[in-house]
Design a binder for this molecule. Structure first.
Ligand code: GRF
Length: 200
């Protein structure tokens, strides 16, 4: 299956997808909105074409989204993977890729949508925190959840220690979910994710 991966930073999730050779996925391009994202180097090392599209060049979200979809569509991807892509996408863009765009979010959604999830989980004295993979809809971090992994929050946790533990789980969960999708087992039907025809 042809795919495109969008990143903004380190790209460790991108790396975990690249390294997961069991997935029948041909990453046609990696696109970053930051020129200095380390994930671009990871892509280059894996001989994947890269693009940088800075949102700062555009005066509106719609113009950025349009330019982004122009790049994406060159590759005719069947899956668009948001792997640490830290931009809010407009309604039209999310509709355009409905049912084939997946995002990873470092919290047990619907808890802690948005930023600083680890810090907020600690402040809220949560016993459990974790990661979610979901289909992207126009609702920010609000699309149908596909899979989650929990981790215990321990008394001595700092934002960094918790983030590190969650990230390890991200690296396992995202490739697994992408594999389901490339096998044609995972679908977005109405407002639910289904796996092998069963609502998740
Ligand atoms: C991950 O925690 C991801 O869930 C979040 O941003 C982080 C990106 O990490 N959206 P990386 O760039 O994949 O290393």
């Amino acid at each position: 299956m042809n795919g495109v991966v969008l990143i903004s930073g380190n790209g460790s999730n991108l790396q975990s997808i690249i390294d997961h050779s069991a997935i029948d996925l041909d990453i046609k391009a990696v696109i970053s909105n930051h020129a200095n994202a380390y994930g671009l180097k990871r892509a280059e090392r894996a001989n994947i074409p890269t693009h940088v599209l800075s949102h700062k060049q555009f005066s509106s979200r719609e113009e950025f989204d349009q330019a982004l979809s122009n790049i994406i569509d060159q590759y005719k991807p069947e899956i668009v993977i948001l792997a640490g892509f830290m931009r809010i996408l407009g309604t039209e863009f999310t509709h355009q890729y409905s049912g084939k765009m997946l995002n990873i979010h470092p919290s047990l959604l619907p808890k802690f949508q948005g930023l600083n999830t680890h810090q907020r989980a600690i402040e809220a004295k949560e016993n459990q925190h974790g990661v979610s993979v979901h289909f992207v809809t126009e609702q920010l971090d609000g699309g149908p959840i596909i899979a989650q992994t929990s981790v215990d929050v321990i008394d001595t946790d700092t934002t960094e220690s918790l983030a590190k533990r969650v990230l390890l789980e991200e690296h396992k969960l995202f490739p697994k979910v992408i594999h389901w999708f490339t096998q044609g087992r995972l679908k977005l039907e109405k407002n639910h994710a289904t796996l092998d025809g069963k609502v998740l």
